[in-house]
Structure formats: C-alpha cells, structure tokens
Write a protein that binds this ligand. Sequence first.
Ligand code: ARG
Ligand code: ZN
Length: 874
Amino acid sequence: RPVRLSEYRPSDFLIDEVHLDFRLDPNATQVTARLRMRPNPAGDAGAALKLDGDELKLVSVAIDGAKLDAEALDVSPESLVIANPPRGAFELEIVTEIDPEANTRLMGLYRSNRSYCTQCEAEGFRRITYFLDRPDVLAVYTTRIEGPADECPLLLSNGEMIENGPAGEGRHYAVWRDPWPKPSYLFALVAGDLGVVEDRFVTMSGRDVALKVFVEHGQEHRALHAMESIKASMKWDEEAFGREYDLGVFMVVAVSHFNMGAMENKGLNVFNDKYVLASPETATDGDYANIEAIIAHEYFHNWTGDRITCRDWFQLCLKEGLTVFRDQEFTSDRRSRPVKRIQDVRNLRALQFAEDAGPLAHPVRPQIYHEINNFYTPTVYEKGAEVIRMLKTWIGEDAFRAGMDLYFDRHDGQACTIEQFVACFAETSGRDLTQWMRWYDQAGTPEVTVRTAYDADAKTFAVETQQITRPTPGQPEKRPVVIPMTLGLVGPDGADMPLIVGGAPAEPVFTLAEETTRIVFENVAERPVPSLFRNFSAPVKLDSDVSDEDLLFLAGHDSDPFNRWQAVQTVALRHLVAAAAAVREGRETPVDPRLAEAVGRAFDPEERDCAFAAQVASLPSEGDIAREIAQDVDPDAIHRARDDLKRALRARLADALSAAYARLAYDGPYSPDAASAGHRSLRIAALDLLAAGGDAEGLALAMTLYKSAENMTDRVMSMQVLSLHAGAEREEALADFAGRYGHDPLLMDKWFLIQASAPLPDAVDRVEGLMASPAFDMRNPNRVRSLIGAFGSGNPTQFNRPDGRGYALVAGVAAELNSTNPQVAARLLGAFRTWRALEPNRRGRAETALRGLAGMPNLSPDVRDIVRRALSPD
Ligand code: ARG
Ligand code: ZN
C-alpha cells in the first residue's frame, strides 16, 4: 500500500468551510465537525465519499441535518465511507470522541504538562475527526473550544478570536475564525494555563499585529529572545521578499512534548520548548542561534507553506526546501554570511550526503512512500534548500527575485507542485529548466572530478570536469544534472585573474550540464590556482587535482571565504583518510607542517573574524572521514587518526594555542550576538586542542573554565571538552552540572547528550544507566533524542562497537517506542543509515540488529518502513 506520485488524483469532493466544536476533556474530548462540502468538478462524479481517520471513535454522522443509519456508512477507526453522498452542495456533520491523555504518539490532539495541544502535519488531523486529510483540500475554519475555565483559562486556535464567554458549570468557550483557506495539516488548537509575553509589530502597510509567546508560568523571562526573533523575522520578510503578515495576531506556544522542532500552523505556531526558551543563565550561544533560526523558519512558512501550500506530500520540498533557504538567508543577513554558509555545508554533508550515500537515499521529491513522516529528511529540507540556492546562482539574483514575486503573485491561495514553482523561474529567466528538474527527481550526490592544465606557451588554463551520480535504491541509471560551478583563478599575488573564454570576458558561473565539460581560459599570464565551487555553488562531492600546496595557498589568499575554509578542510581530510588507512596497517602518518601552520593561523592575534577562525580550526568530523573512505569503514581507526592529528596540532601549536586561550578571555555581561559567540567559539576551539590526548594542562584549563564560567556556553563547552577524556575531572564536572541544573529538563538534555556522545568505552553502560535516572523520561522526545539519539548519531565509535552492543541499545529503544511513539522510534533508526559502508564484522552486527527489528510483531508503519529500506539490497 505505498503511495505513488504517479497515482495522484484530485479529490472527488471539496470542503469549503469547516466548523469545529471541541468539548475538552482529558480522556473523552468530543469533537463536532460541520463541513460545507460539494463534489469537485475535477473529480469523479459518482464517487463515494471516503474520509480519513486514525484511531477514531465515531459518535454520529448527519447529512444536511439528517442522521445517517449504520447501513448508510462503512466506518472503522481508519476511515468513514459514505457510499452515496449528495451530488450537489451539502453539510456533513460528524461527531467523534478522542482521548488526548492516552495519545502518546503526539500526533493529533494530546496533552503535555496539563495543556492540550495539537500536531497535525502531515496526517494528524485525521486523529481528531474524519476528514479529507490531504493538503490540496483548502477550507476556511471556524473553531469553538469549550473547556474548564480553571484548568484552561487559555483557549487558542488559528486566526482571530471572534467570541468568548462562560459556558456554565465552571466552563468557558472561545470561537476563533481563520479567514485564510488552509489544508487540515495547518489546523491547531492549544488550551491550558500558560504565561505570556506580549508585544506588537506594525507591518509595512500599517497593520497592527499583536504578538504573543506562550510558555509555562514562571518561564516568561526565557521567551524574550523568541519574541525579538519574531519581530526581526517579520521585518526581514518584508524587506527581503516583500511578504507581509496577514492576521491581527501572531502566536507562538512552547510545549515540552513535541515530536519535531516546531510547526507553522496558521497564526498559531506550536514549538518544541527547546526552540523557544532562552535566558543568559540557561542557554548557550547555539541555543540562541537555533531559536532565532527556527522562529524565522516557522514564521516564513506563513507565505511559503500556508498562503501557498503543497498539492500532495511528494511536493514537501516546495515549502520546506524553500523555507529553509529563506531562513538561511535571514541568518546570513543577521549574522556572518560566510560562517552561516560553512555551518550549513557542514550540516548538509554530515546529514544529507550521508543519507544520499546509503540505503535511505531518496530524491528531493520522492516518487513513492510508505510513511510520509519518514520523509521529513535532510534531503527534502537541506538539499531542497541547496537546489533553490543553486537556482539563484545559476539564473542570477534579479531573475530569481522576479521568479519569487511571480510565484507569490500567481499561486497565492493554491496548493502547488514543484513544476509550478520552477515554471515561474523559467519565465523570469528565459531559461529552459527541463533538465533542472533532475535535481528534484534524481537521488544521490553528484561527484565531480576536475582536472586542470596550464599551458605556459599558449597562456591557457584548461579545466576539465566529469560528473557521475552513483546508483541509489530504485534508481540504477542516472543522468547528468545541471551543475553551476562558480570559479575563480587566483594569481600568484593572491588576486583574481580576469576570466577570458572564447576571446571574451566570462561570468564566474560555469554550467556543467553534460557528463564532461571542458573550459579553456585564455590570456592566463601565469599559472593560476583554481578556486572551484566558490561558496559551495552546488551540492556535489568534488575531487580535484589541486595540490595540497595550492590549496594551502588558497587558504591564505582566496577572496572567497568559503573556499579559504574549504581548502584547509580538504587538506586535513586528505591527511585523515590516509592516516586512518595507516592506523589499520599499524603505520603512522606524519602531519604536514604546512597543515598545522594553516590551522595555527586561526589563532593568530591578527585574525579579526573569530567565528570564521573557529570554523577553520575545527577539523573534519569522524563522519566526514568515514564518508570520504566510503567502504570497509573502521570507526575506531578513524577516531584514532583524528585524535592523533589533534595531538600533533597541540604539540606543534601549543604556544599559539595557550596565548590565544589567554588573549580571548573576556568579561562583562553576556550577549549572545554573533561576534561574541564567535569569540567564545574560537576560545573553545583552542581549549579543545589544548586538551587533545587528555593533556593534563589542557584539562586543568578546562576545569578552571567550567568552574568559573559566567555563561552557559562556557560551562557546557568546557564540560564537553572534559567529557572527552576519562578521568576525575570529567566526573567532577558532570556531577556538579547535575547538582546545579537537575531541575531543568532542557539543561539536563545537554548533560545527557554530552555523556551519550563521549567516545569512551563505557558509553553503552553509561547511557543504560542514565535511562534509569530520574531526569530521563521515555515519553518525552527531547529526552530520548538527547540520550539515545545523540548516542546513535553522535558517537561513531561506541554506537559502532565491534561487539554490536551499540546497535542493540538503539534498536532496543526503537522497539520499545515502536508502539508508544513510532515517529520518534523511526527517527532513532536514522543512526543506521550508513551501516552498509562499515567493515564486515560491524556490518554483520548492524544487520543482525535491523533483522531483529524486522522480525518483531506489530511493527508500526514508521519503523517498518525504515527497517525495510535500510535492509533493502543496494
Ligand atoms: N512543517 C514543520 C517544519 O517547520 C515540521 C513538521 C514535521 N512533521 C512531521 N511529521 N515530521 O518544518
Ligand atoms: Zn518547515
């Protein structure tokens, strides 16, 4: 029963208006839905009316006021079929009863800390009432909520409140109306007793918008940063995209039980509290940055998602890729553009490239799915955003902006496809984007090989490229994609040389649309160093013949900051791959002093941009090295090689590191701004190298920082450095942290995560022990992700233990969550996405764990889908 894009059909019925009436009760909430319906002219005229449900209990059904008998219906918890509905407009009234308290799956209406809240994307609305629960059915919603006034003083839904008052017996009600047609996945309801932070925003056309952030009582001071982020997002979307907010109120609610990051419900965004709550005493620089980015992401969905939504779930990247692109741009404008680019590319490679190289690979727009919840992936989100960024690079800024304007103008109020989106840019750029569509339909990371040759006599520089995309599940054959390669030729003086091709000046963006391409630059007076894929102009894996020496020249001279960073990473990665192979053969690999020097430059007193320098100083991750090795991967050898390099860097750079650590000390009040955060991150990078190999002096510095920390970044980061090295310091810091912050679940999550990801042989035992600790709670997804998720995805040596205990641990937790929260269970199994690349022993043990799960009775569709795909032959 998979769903296929090729089988899309319009709905046979439409719903124009929805009236919902909720009688809240923890175990028996009554939902009355009155739906104004009519046959869809684009549908099948004689069709039965089939509504979606999920674990629903039907109370009654009526059409135009007349109750339907059981014979007229075919009803189950999963569907409601009316064989012969009216063939003109009619009103359908459905009464269902649901149990929010028992809803551990956190989809539909559920309770979290005594509050009611909803999560409907993708298919959660059908857990509230029977409905045409598909994104191309758009209706105007009016929602009446009735509940106990004492327990639920707050009754919220989408749109604006139009009425409220007492409802007798200590109960009260509120009626909300959302004038903007929307699909059911954007519906939201929140009821409870929460504190609020309020502010206002006046839009560019003068609309006065009330802003409200709801959090648990006593947490209001931790909602101020979220509020500032809302205002900044609203302003930015007006300036950057001409998009204005369209209701009189915009609300954000923080809840502590949430399967994902946040949700863009119209006018009423519901957030994981982790992405709302921040105060200088409790949040790290990273928390502040995440909150700002996720608030922006959800707010930007108001146009890219809510006003223009997706026709079907295959088009998910239409809203997600685009909205990630928009939030990346927002952050780039507010903080450092190059640093944001580097962070995004690190993240893309770590998550999306890994996904694309393994059994879970799928196109940005999948063509088939068994469980849509498993497609909220790095490929749909992050690669989806890259494809849009690349389109902008390829057609140019002006055609891109015009295309966005056209898209908003033409498709406002519609449920759209990727074709409709891309057509806007074909129109404004005048380019043929037919081949471009392969980026959406073809999975896998293209690999581009570049070979260069300088001809000193002819004064030409030739760049030859070749692209291949390896087979992925279901796609054995791949065709070339359109790859924009932004390039510069850097002369011996470090300046860019003019680009002359075919006798004329050329733009720096070159198109690689065929399997091979040859570009010959003319009038090249001296041998240049090519700077390839500047600013990471395409999401590809690059293999070039540019030497380490030339790369290190770029590291010091390239006008493109991304490639200055990339150059050092590439040289380090080449070393680490060789070193990991050497470790397995019992050899050593000397570190090129020039690499050490390049890393050392990050700590130069002259270095102005600390955040950028910190990126230069952080080596490729163990995952980066594993991906580069690609097969027969030995995580222990990789860890050892990376550790050896850190130690060698420490030995060579000790004085510079100590000096930088001392010089970068600071005092004064905490501010999470990008410059201050960058300063702290560079200091921590120095500390991390100083403590390499468990160096006693380095650990002593880390301990001093831990104890004297005046902000949460220093405290958490110093604890993290300490926790990498077994010993008394580590235990002292961890115990101290638990003593100080044991009452704060979000801080305990950091404590869980740091222990779960420490590459020490006791990790499995420790995680098992922590699962029994009072601060842990298997029903809270944040706890599960911080402990089990971090272990599976952030601890390569211990998850991949040769004895298989790491796999068994994660698979065991997934099995446990399979029935209570299948979505979270399936997510945890993402840890297995690269299992096929492992050396034979580990591969065998990973497979055993997956086969064990596959054989379990009552597997949820979510877990079954991941296990089945993970095990599918490659
Ligand atoms: N649309 C939400 C966002 O802003 C995420 C929803 C995730 N839903 C899911 N079923 N996993 O990205
Ligand atoms: Zn989103």
